[in-house]
Design a protein around this ligand. Sequence first.
Ligand code: GLN
Length: 592
Amino acid sequence: MPDNMKYILVTGGVISGVGKGVIASSFGTILKSCGIDVTSIKIDPYINIDAGTFSPYEHGEVYVLDDGGEVDLDLGNYERFLDITLHRDNNITTGKIYQQVIERERRGDYLGKTVQVIPHITDAIQEWVQRVAHIPVTAENTPPRVCIVELGGTIGDIEGMSFVEAFRQFQFRVKRENFCCAHVSLIPMPKSTGEPKTKPTQSSVRELRGLGLSPDLILCRSEKPINHTVKEKISNFCHVAPEQVICIHDLSSVYHVPLLMEAEGVVKYLNERLQLNISMPRPGRFMQKWRNLAKRVDNLRKEVNIALVGKYTKLEDSYASVTKALQHACIASGCKLNLTYIEAVNLEKQMKIDDPVNYHKAWQDLCKSDGVIVPGGFGQRGMEGKIEACQWCRETQKPMLGICLGLQAAVIEFARNALSLKAANSTEVDPNCEDKLVVDMPEHHPGNLGGTMRLGKRKTYLEPSLISRLYNKEVIEERHRHRYEVNPEYIERLEAAGLRFVGKDETKTRMEVATVDSHPYYVAVQFHPEYLSRPLSPSPPFLGFLLLPVVLKPRSRILRAAGRRRRRRGRGAGNAYLFSKPAGRSRGTVAV
Ligand code: GLN
């Protein structure tokens, strides 16, 4: 297939978890700033077909795409950094490739041949990458010019071998000027000597070469900045020029990573290596949006304490998108996020007897917070704790944002305490409960867990309310991932008692947004707004949630000064940023 697509393969060496995903996304950010349309593919060499059946304990959150694909959370990084919309095929797993090859074999496509890893699996991988790379990922449907392929895991992993071999062949299939390899490695600095050590990088580059791939760029992650001699040492031992070694030390925020990479000459190198024909950007104004963003994040001072009442609180990645969405809203509202994870079970009454220390600690954390998030989740454990948190927020006028299971908990709480339906529950928790406030939807197929939920982007029709003002729209689209819904039989009674359903689906039978009018910010949504939040375009329910504690809290010196400046300019008091339009892709003016 003639192909002018440019591919950047990002591999990892030494250990995983050093920020390969952020570095890969940063390549995209830099190229996008040069006016180049970028797409990305994440390869996860595990056997699962997709991330849908993953436990958040093990892998972190399951990220959901517009098309309902349940994918690795790294795709969230790409969508947020590049402001693009990916598809389920942008996430490749060993399971998907083998499934395709086995289906072809059953159909007889291989004409009696022995089906083997080389060439059949490796061919299938290359075809998949080439096909998906051309799919547009922007709202304007522009064809991408560069595809960033991130290979999960580290070089040398058995499960990644067929992918490495596929790319060894791929570099010849697409030609040298269309393919380059960036290897992300680690430079440890052992405490005993404090010196940066290059040996692990040398070994992993040797391993990569042994498998037939030569790194064009070696990106060295380290705790502290690395000096020039180390760069030269890597250059000498790894057979690359010094300008091909990029050092990325720990930075104050991820938004600095593309800026540092740019400063290290990534644009110039890629321009030449991939013949991109970029007219070199003038220093200074280039990537100004990112510079401003990074600066703003560094200068957030006024702290806001948010409690997240969850179930998978041991692994912070379990709530990666919720945390990011909170951060985006914080950037927009000019405050610094202080996030406390509360194990929902610890709020339950039984814990007062079983584990009083953690019970009181959990309640103390909840009471100290300026706002509470009750995120999505599955199963029975912690549900009562989430219901307790909802009740406390509703009764004490504390800002609360409930997401998916959070909405279901809020509805059950309201039924129990405002309608006195003491036996109200969800059939997910208690299939035989007396008052089934939350019931399973027809889409729910017990026995088959993968991909059987109400998934992906769907429309919600909003009634005039705080939430429609935040979105500044009557029809919104957000991503879903659930099996259960509010039982339509109880809607009338719930609404009569003050729980208003101000967002519904097109059939008007599925409840999407619930609010309590007598409360400053009690918002619960059946969808997951966190997936569409972007650094420069925060999700409206999160922004509303954050604005309130910021407005209600006594003002900091900085905000008072900002107010004085604004008054001098005749724009009235108030936080200069709060009530103006957030920069970037606009989701409407916030008017709360
Ligand atoms: N477990 C609930 C359901 O399936 C909520 C799902 C979620 O929070 N994502 O409906």
